[in-house]
Ligand binder design. Structure first.
Ligand SMILES: Cc1cc2nc3c(=O)[nH]c(=O)nc-3n(C[C@H](O)[C@H](O)[C@H](O)COP(=O)(O)OP(=O)(O)OC[C@H]3O[C@@H](n4cnc5c(N)ncnc54)[C@H](O)[C@@H]3O)c2cc1C
Length: 645
């Protein structure tokens, strides 16, 4: 095992948040840092996009009043979010946004330098902005260029497989990586890094779901931190929505507004337009499809309403085993434009799309780049239907953090970006990207102010590292040879989560899935890694173990949600005995358990007990602070806080 020199701060992950943290640290004078990452081409930020990928920040345009407290109120309005964290995300948003602008991210402004905005979901003002479909990619490219300009070391082909902590698991002290460019022989691929601080920026749990619109280049690693006991928050709160699956892309906005046909095909090749089962007439069906364009994410609050479409797709695919497609090639024979409601007709007419004789022709008029996007990925909407599913897109929850984005129970460990669960039940669109930048800034500031010295005991570190290394390389401890095909295990765990932990939840399914995840965790934990010849296979097998563990945590949180909170945010709970039947054409077990709104006042925490089992606890939401500050006194305490460090 190669032991690397001590770093002040190890940044794991090179998405928009990890890169920003490295840049901020360097600027604050903390230069003994390095980014360790699977690779600069990996991650959600670089590879995901949508119609108009949104960045949320304080209003910077026109005469519409805005202020940090107003924005914090909106960030936390969905409940289960701490108001002080919301205030920090609001207050630091102009600063971190300006950093991106300075680095050349092309956010649009007018001739006076005002950054124009638009309203996004859960946003009463026009705070959202965008650089187009690939905002987060633009951010990554600009931040990577800056990190390189600053000569910040970026170590690619490194997959973190274990976090090192002190013996009491009170603080982080380093990490072990698999270097996938090295041989697996005799443990040559393992690298150990000692670090005073870890910024953990490994992104959302994309690899945990089979139906996922996270890019294929992104897997995620929250299980690494759960394994060492880091506290998590709001794990049950995630976002799901309709997306194409051959090329992963949200089919929101124009893709719905041009009124494609929803068709399903069984294993005999028999096709049907299944939405017809649920609507009294074709115009009603098409008006609902149009509305779905505006209301893309699945929302418990839109049942009944636009989110019924997601449910109908789920029933057709998950319960009836048919594959579902969007078909842009033709309209149904009874299609009549004049029978659509006024909103739909007006929108299509104003966009010049009303003359189109097919959904595709309307899409050409409304948003031609939406067609080229698929063509660029080898899919021709003119000749083939598009396979879709209701896919996992974002985790509002994640690891818990304090006001400096430091883990409350694992010191010197800073989860930032999507792996950090600062959001509540709902969040304004675009606040994920803002939160990642603000978290990076706060963590960097905290490290620069209080954690620059070396406090790790070398002997303790070496003892911990040795113990971990022995676990990794002692074949006699593990009876079963590891399967060289880790993809099979991955698929099993992904399908389990899409079945039991996605947007439709029932108690029995979730409990069964949690028990299966436990069993799979034990099986993968007990396999002998030294039988694997390839470094990637070793890393991904360990990742399977961590995903199984993460599933036990997520499903425990979901079971708690099912039992107490009911349907809320991005998921519904079915209660076949006592719930309210959702729609007359749905099977009888589709009965919705209503929300108990009292739980929106609390954040759900989840942390391991001494035996490694997840335990749920509740924390009252802290309110949005609204101090009536006075410049001289705030300045004085600001100066004093710096002197005391
Ligand atoms: C389709 C889609 C559309 C979206 N649209 C929006 C939007 O409009 N607005 C918005 O705010 N948000 C949006 N999001 C969410 C947002 O894009 C993500 O939350 C954000 O990009 C995550 O950034 P990150 O830096 O936390 O993680 P990522 O960008 O995912 O980066 C994670 C990094 O960690 C690395 N990594 C992971 N595990 C390991 C390991 N074990 N060892 C080493 N490296 C590791 C990865 O390789 C990668 O470099 C969208 C997400 C999707 C999927």
């Amino acid at each position: 095992m190669t032991t690397h020199p001590h770093l002040n701060t190890l940044i794991i992950g090179s998405g928009a948040s990890g890169l920003a943290a490295a840049v901020f640290l360097h600027r604050l004078g903390v230069k003994d840092i390095a980014i360790y990452t699977e690779g600069l081409q990996h991650g959600t930020s670089l590879n995901a996009g949508s119609d108009k990928q949104t960045y949320y920040k304080l209003g910077l345009y026109g005469a519409e009043p805005d202020a940090p407290v107003l924005m914090a109120n909106d960030l936390s309005a969905g409940g289960a979010m701490h108001g002080d964290i919301a205030l920090i995300e609001a207050a630091a948003s102009p600063l971190t946004f300006a950093n991106l602008v300075h680095l050349g991210v092309p956010f649009p402004h007018d001739e006076f330098g005002q950054y124009i905005g638009y309203k996004t979901d859960h946003d009463p003002k026009r705070r959202a902005t965008s650089c187009g479909p690939y905002t987060s990619r633009e951010m990554c490219l600009a931040l990577t260029a800056e990190a390189k300009r600053l000569n910040i070391p970026i170590r690619e082909n490194r997959i973190a497989i274990e976090l090192l902590t002190d013996r009491n698991r009170c603080r982080a002290i380093g990490a072990i990586f698999v270097n996938t460019a090295k041989s697996a022989l005799a443990g040559q691929c393992f690298e150990t890094v000692q670090a005073e601080n870890i910024i953990f920026a490994t992104g959302g749990p994309g690899g945990m779901y089979a139906d996922s619109v996270y890019p294929v280049q992104h897997t995620g690693s929250i299980g690494l931190a759960l394994e060492v006991g880091a506290q998590a928050a709001n794990l049950a709160e995630s976002q799901f929505g309709l997306a194409s699956t051959n090329f992963r892309w949200n089919v929101s906005g124009s893709y719905m507004q041009v009124l494609p046909r929803f068709i399903s095909v069984d294993d005999q090749g028999v096709t049907r337009e299944f939405l017809r089962d649920y609507f009294p007439s074709l115009p009603d069906l098409l008006n609902a499809v149009f509305l779905k364009g505006y209301q893309w994410p699945f929302a418990a609050g839109h049942v009944p309403g636009s989110s019924l479409i997601d449910i109908f797709v789920y029933v057709e695919s998950m319960e009836r085993g048919r594959q579902v497609f969007l078909d842009y090639r033709s309209d149904p024979p009874d299609f009549d434009f004049n029978a659509l409601n006024q909103e739909t007709r007006d929108y299509l007419t104003k966009s010049g799309a009303h003359l189109g004789k097919t959904p595709l022709q309307r899409l050409v008029a409304l948003n031609a780049p939406a067609i080229s996007l698929y063509r660029d990925h080898g899919i021709d909407l003119a000749t083939e239907p598009l396979p879709i599913a209701v896919c996992a897109q974002h985790n509002n929850g994640g690891l818990a953090a304090d006001l400096n984005w430091e883990s409350p129970n694992l010191k010197h460990f800073f989860p930032i970006g999507e792996v950090c669960g600062t959001h509540g039940v709902t969040r304004p669109g675009g606040s994920a990207l803002n939160s990642g930048q603000v978290g990076a800034w706060r963590a960097a500031q905290a490290i620069a102010l209080k954690y620059q010295g070396k406090t790790i005991n070398d002997a303790d570190f070496l003892a911990q590292a040795k113990e971990s290394h022995q676990r990794l390389s002692q074949p006699e401890l593990m009876a079963t040879p590891a399967s060289p095909d880790w993809t099979q295990d991955r698929l099993i765990l992904q399908q389990r989560m899409s079945r039991a932990g996605a947007f439709v939840r029932t108690r029995e399914t979730a409990i069964q899935a949690r028990d299966e995840a436990r069993k799979q965790f034990s099986a993968v934990s007990n396999c002998n890694l030294t039988t694997l010849a390839n470094a990637v296979d070793i890393a991904e097998t360990i990742r399977n173990r961590q995903f199984c563990l993460a599933q036990v945590y997520y499903l425990t949180a979901i079971i708690e949600q099912i039992e107490n909170m009911g349907s809320r945010g991005g998921a519904i709970v079915l209660d076949p005995k006592n719930g309210n039947h959702i729609h007359p054409a749905l099977p009888p077990h589709w009965r919705l358990k209503p929300e108990n709104a009292a739980w929106r006042q609390k954040v759900m925490l989840c942390q391991s007990d001494p035996d490694g089992n997840p335990v749920i606890a509740w924390q009252d939401c802290r309110p949005v602070p609204c101090p009536d500050g006075w410049f001289e006194t705030v300045w004085k305490s600001f100066r004093e806080s710096r002197q005391s460090l």
